[in-house]
Design a protein around this ligand. Structure first.
Ligand code: NAG
Ligand code: NAG
Length: 159
């Protein structure tokens, strides 16, 4: 489903909310709703599109959330941007929207030997397609992405 259709789903939130309490095309897990995109975008544009839909690139705050995202990405067998980057300060991985550092959130799921900053040019994180483990990639690369709305109340704002 394109992001335009998803935006409409949000604008018409009250009509299109699925049984889960999430907009159609979004998946519920814990207190959040997630949208796994079909289209591919660079990291920054992906976050902008998530915001147009009332969310933001997914931020992993708990081990449970990490496992859900990894498992779903692996199920779909595609790579997905999550909202994690060290673009401001090499090696200082932070969640793009909250600015919380990985040391603060204390949940990681890096693949072996990652992040490795290959070519001195890998500053944004994806869920890999294999086990959903995290890899650093070039932020300019086009990938699918995961948007998150952190609780149902923010969805209702758009209804
Ligand atoms: C992944 O796929 C399995 C098998 O179809 C399913 O049982 C499981 O709920 C899926 N997990 C997620 C997080 O989508
Ligand atoms: C970070 O997580 C680990 C493993 O879950 C835990 O043992 C440790 O106490 C946590 N550290 C902090 C500062 O919360």
């Amino acid at each position: 489903m394109s992001w335009i259709v998803m935006s409409l789903a949000f604008i018409c939130g009250h009509i299109l909310l699925a049984d889960s309490g999430c907009p159609l095309g979004w998946i519920k897990d814990g207190l959040s709703c997630y949208h796994f995109s079909h289209d591919t975008e660079s990291f920054v544009i992906a976050d902008l599109l998530c915001k147009k839909m009332g969310g933001q690139l997914a931020e992993v705050n708990t081990e449970e959330e990490s496992i859900f995202l990894a498992e779903h990405a692996a199920n779909i067998s595609h790579k997905f941007w999550i909202g994690l980057t060290d673009i401001d300060n090499e090696g200082d991985w932070r969640w793009y929207n909250s600015k919380a550092s990985l040391i603060q959130t204390n949940v990681t799921n890096w693949a072996k030997h990652e992040p490795d900053n290959t070519g001195d040019n890998e500053n944004c994180a994806i869920l890999g397609s294999h086990h959903g483990l995290w890899w650093d990639h070039s932020c300019h690369e086009f990938n699918r992405f995961v948007c998150e709305v952190e609780d149902e109340s923010s969805v209702d704002v758009f209804g």
